[in-house]
Design a protein around this ligand. Structure first.
Ligand code: ADP
Length: 344
């Protein structure tokens, strides 16, 4: 049996215990609520931060990728409609290796646009040059024919010769242009064979000697010892030599001299055509290889020159992986044209 005192204590203890349990439950609930609140708040903050981060990343991607690509699309549209001056901005201060993929794409795009612009400029220039070159002989032929029809010009052999001369010029110009478009329209196909250099010179001599004798210009061939053969397209290199030797004859007065030769230079053979004629001032040395470029336009044209011969020669030599250039001490001091070819 329990005493009263003990029962009291037990009842108080039980009352205290249920009070503490109640408080513990409430604290648990409060803690749970706080926890829930913190989780909800953190989730909200994380959500807001992730939205901001996503917006920042998408703005960055749009700035670094989408915008430049859109600019390129716009520039490409302009170029395809004929406006070749379009470019996309690329940092001038960065080198190509420091650019990212989009930057490199933009750089390549600009390079492509620039070469298209150059090609377009050359096309326009060519049309202008060709029409100019055709106009002169056509005007002379038309004027002479009108004079003959109207009876103003007497029908003498000289008049007909003049017309024939102009018609020849037109024909030569058209042939030269055809040849130029062949050699400049990509690398010409070469029929490469191993040829002794003396063969090239023998063929050249048989073609040119009579013309040299007729003008009174002496022609000599100089072959240095131990020259290796060359691996070339005989017709094409023959054409280069005829061109240079023809020019040398054209620009050398009677009594002058032209020397044609070859020397070994490492694994290359260097050919030269040297004359004692008109000479070429230094500022023209590079330009004379551009099409239709003539130092003395009226003199060259009146002698039938089209200004294309050296352009064709350069294209043919470069197709053989060689180089061609001109040297001269100046006007009246003769000229030397040199070109290299790989030895066999
Ligand atoms: P062209 O048919 O007018 O001779 P080219 O392309 O062969 O055309 O030569 C271009 C120009 O280079 C010539 O018009 C001439 O002014 C100059 N030239 C070429 N070869 C010589 C040379 N041997 N001596 C002086 N000038 C030359």
């Amino acid at each position: 049996m329990l005493s009263n005192g003990m029962m009291d204590t037990t009842a108080r203890g039980m009352g205290q215990g249920s009070g503490q349990g109640l408080r513990g439950g409430m604290m648990q609930q409060q803690l749970f609520d706080i926890f829930n609140g913190v989780v909800a708040e953190t989730t909200l903050v994380a959500f807001v931060i992730s939205i901001i981060a996503a917006a920042a990343v998408s703005a960055f991607v749009s700035y670094r990728v989408t915008r430049p690509v859109q600019r390129m699309i716009l520039a490409a549209e302009h170029i395809s409609s004929g406006s070749y001056s379009q470019r996309v901005p690329v940092s001038e201060f960065l080198q190509e290796k420091d650019l990212d993929e989009v930057g490199r794409l933009a750089l390549r795009f600009n390079q492509m646009a620039e070469s298209l612009e150059n090609i377009e400029g050359m096309r326009r220039q060519l049309i202008g040059d060709v029409s100019h070159e055709l106009r002169t002989p056509l005007t002379t032929i038309k004027g002479s024919m009108e004079g003959l029809v109207d009876g103003i010009l007497p029908a003498t052999p000289e008049v007909f010769e003049q017309i024939e001369h102009e018609a020849d010029r037109l024909q030569r110009l058209v042939e030269d242009l055809q040849e130029l478009s062949r050699v400049e329209g990509g690398k010409p196909t070469l029929n490469l064979k191993i040829i002794p250099i003396s063969n090239l010179f023998v063929a050249l001599k048989s073609i040119l000697l009579r013309q040299y004798e007729a003008k009174g210009v002496s022609l000599e061939f100089v072959l240095s010892d131990n020259l290796p053969p060359v691996r070339v397209d005989e017709d094409r290199i023959g054409q280069v030599l005829i061109n240079l030797a023809g020019n040398a004859l054209q620009y050398t007065p009677q009594g002058g001299k032209v020397s044609i030769g070859a020397v070994r230079q490492g694994h290359m053979v260097e050919f030269y055509v040297q004359d004692t004629g008109a000479g070429i001032p230094a500022e023209h040395h590079e330009n004379i290889f551009s099409r239709f470029y003539r130092i003395d336009k009226s003199r060259s044209r009146s002698q039938g020159g089209s200004g294309i011969g050296l352009t064709i020669a350069r294209a043919l030599v470069e197709a053989h992986d060689g180089n061609i250039w001109a040297e001269s001490k100046g006007e009246g001091q003769g000229s030397t044209f040199r070109f290299t070819l790989p030895s066999a």
